[in-house]
Design a protein around this ligand. Structure first.
Ligand code: G4P
Length: 532
């Protein structure tokens, strides 16, 4: 590659920020995303994300399910440019149930924004998603939302983050009052007070009104009103005994810069975004089975983190979402699909922009490209111009819900097989077989039961197969490794022996207690949570 391209590639990498927002439903993720898009100029008025969703519902059968359940099942990426930065927000599904898609999306992010409702603190879904980010060691930024309502004591909230999640928190700004007495936030790094003026700026871009000065400055004190003493005390405490900002520890995911604000009233969103863009990492080297792959390497590489089918119900097409990891992606160029060693031409590529799908000519590390899938992609597949390495760290998950699947009409068995084959390739559910050559009806496993609803719906609409799903009373799957002797498990009623898609043995247990019991009985037996 010529010398002129390398510096350009470096510049493109440096200006990219690719992140996901993790939160519990109702913490305000949709609202915050909307406000971020507003500042990015990707939408002109807040409310557009919701109305765009509504529009899509009207035109797509597949999304009917989302509409019915009031949830967002699919996830995509929203992109905008701001003051030289290029921002990619990976939209993790926000529904009450868990799906593996949510986790996999995190594998494509370089950092995460953890959104917390000030009245509720750390909630279960946030905790689970946090754990996945923790495993990857990516930097986590915290936005404590809904400060316009009365919430919990901010010191308590910090304490909870530290205790429950085990990450230290360093407040970049600090709230002055809360609920009806919310006056704004004191920016500790910028030494200024940002004033809150209620909800009137909710749908437009605003610059915060600012009073410059140390916390004990007369004008700052006056603006803080009756809570001035209390805020001073907290700030002194934070300066003395609190965690100070340390870029290196943030980078390692050990310290989370924390911001207070109110997404709904648009307060604190802009200062958050500006700080975040400065502090968050650009795309960094990704691990592969042949060692780390530097994003600035000339040769293009990326991996599939999500496959989505039938976005247009008239065509049974699938789009594979590729996270670009190194080099420059160019439309029309050729690359290798590493698992099958097939040459692929990157012909029909779409980059997903905030408003619409657009064809892209090129993309850089950190970007997400949607490719029409001729039927060869699987979650986790690597594409690479050079070498035959595979990216690691696309997590697979231990299912916790199981159903036995039958067709209502036996004549549709072929269609059932085809549908299950394709939908398991997309990673919607995991497919298991039981008995000699899979003679019994197949068993499906999922992380969240909602995945079965989606499966049922899609099998009916896309493959014209009506499914009967009968839950079975097993809750834990383990893949046996070293020390496995199948004959020991043949006749145990509370354990089922299945095979996964790759024909590896899988044991199903009724509960964790049974797993521990078996482990005690067979201390030499290795039991893994996933097949990989
Ligand atoms: P989610 O995507 O995380 O599920 O949350 P979403 O943005 O849909 O927000 C959930 C509810 O919380 C919404 O109210 C939203 O308006 C509200 N909300 C979000 N941010 C703030 C905030 O900073 N302050 C306050 N007071 N409320 C906030 P809703 O009544 O459920 O929906 P809607 O009728 O407002 O659309």
């Amino acid at each position: 590659m010529s010398e002129t391209v390398a510096p350009q590639l470096k510049r493109e990498i440096e200006r990219r920020r690719t992140f996901a927002i993790i939160s519990h439903p109702d913490a305000g993720k949709t609202t915050l995303t909307e406000k971020l898009l507003l500042y990015g100029g990707a939408i002109r008025q807040a409310g557009a994300v919701r109305s765009r969703r509504a529009e899509r519902h009207a035109t797509s059968d597949w999304l009917e399910l989302e509409q019915k359940r009031g949830i967002s099942v699919s996830s995509s990426v929203m992109t905008f440019e701001r003051e030289g930065w290029r921002v990619n927000i990976l939209d993790t599904p926000g529904h009450h149930d868990f799906s593996e898609d949510t986790y996999r999306t995190l594998a494509a992010a370089d950092s995460a924004v953890m959104l917390i409702d000030a009245a509720k603190g750390v909630e279960p879904q946030t905790r689970k998603l946090f754990k996945v980010c923790r495993m990857r060691g990516i930097p986590i930024f915290t936005f404590i939302n809904k400060m316009d309502r009365s919430g919990r004591d901010p010191l308590d909230l910090l304490g909870e983050i530290e205790e429950v999640l085990g990450i230290h928190a360093t407040p970049i700004n600090w709230p002055v009052g809360s609920g009806s007495d919310f006056r704004g936030v004191y920016d500790r790094m910028g030494k200024r007070l940002l004033l809150f003026h209620g909800g009137k700026h909710g749908t437009e871009q605003v610059e915060e009104e600012v009073i410059e000065g140390a916390p004990n400055h007369h004008a700052v004190q006056t603006a803080m009103g009756t809570v001035a003493d209390e805020v001073m005390e907290s700030l002194e405490l934070l300066d003395g005994a609190g965690e100070q900002y340390d870029a290196e520890r943030v980078g390692k995911g050990l310290l989370t810069p924390t911001f207070f604000g109110s997404a709904l009233t648009n307060f604190g969103v802009l200062p958050f975004l500006e700080n975040f863009l400065d502090m968050a990492p650009a795309p960094f080297a990704r691990d592969s089975d042949k060692g780390p792959v530097d994003p600035a390497e000339d040769a293009f590489s990326g991996f599939v983190f999500k496959i989505q089918a039938n976005m247009d119900p008239d065509h049974r097409d699938r789009i594979a979402f590729i996270r670009v990891c190194s080099g420059r992606f160019r439309k029309g160029s050729s690359t290798t699909h590493v698992r099958t060693k097939k040459k692929l031409r990157l012909a029909n590529s779409t980059l997903l922009m905030a408003r619409d799908r657009q064809e892209v000519e090129e993309a850089y590390p950190g970007d997400v490209v949607g490719l029409f899938d001729p039927g060869i992609f699987r979650i986790g597949d690597t594409l690479a111009d050079k070498g035959s390495f595979r990216f690691e760290g696309i997590p697979s998950f231990s299912p916790e819900h199981f159903v036995r699947v039958r067709v209502a009409d036996v004549m549709r068995r072929k269609a059932l097989q085809k549908g299950l084959e394709q939908l398991t390739q997309e990673g919607l559910v995991q497919l298991f077989s039981e008995g000699e050559a899979g003679s019994a009806a197949p068993i499906l496993g999922a992380v969240g039961p909602l995945q079965f609803d989606v499966l049922k719906y899609r099998m009916e609409t896309e493959y014209k197969v009506e499914l009967k799903l009968a839950p079975i009373a097993f809750r834990v799957a383990r893949w046996p490794g070293e020390g496995y002797d199948p004959s020991q498990f043949d006749h145990t009623h509370s354990i089922r022996v299945l095979q996964d898609r790759e024909k590896r043995p899988v044991l199903l247990f009724e509960n964790e207690h049974m797993v521990r019991w078996i482990q005690e009985k067979h201390p030499g037996l290795e039991l893994r949570e996933t097949g990989d």
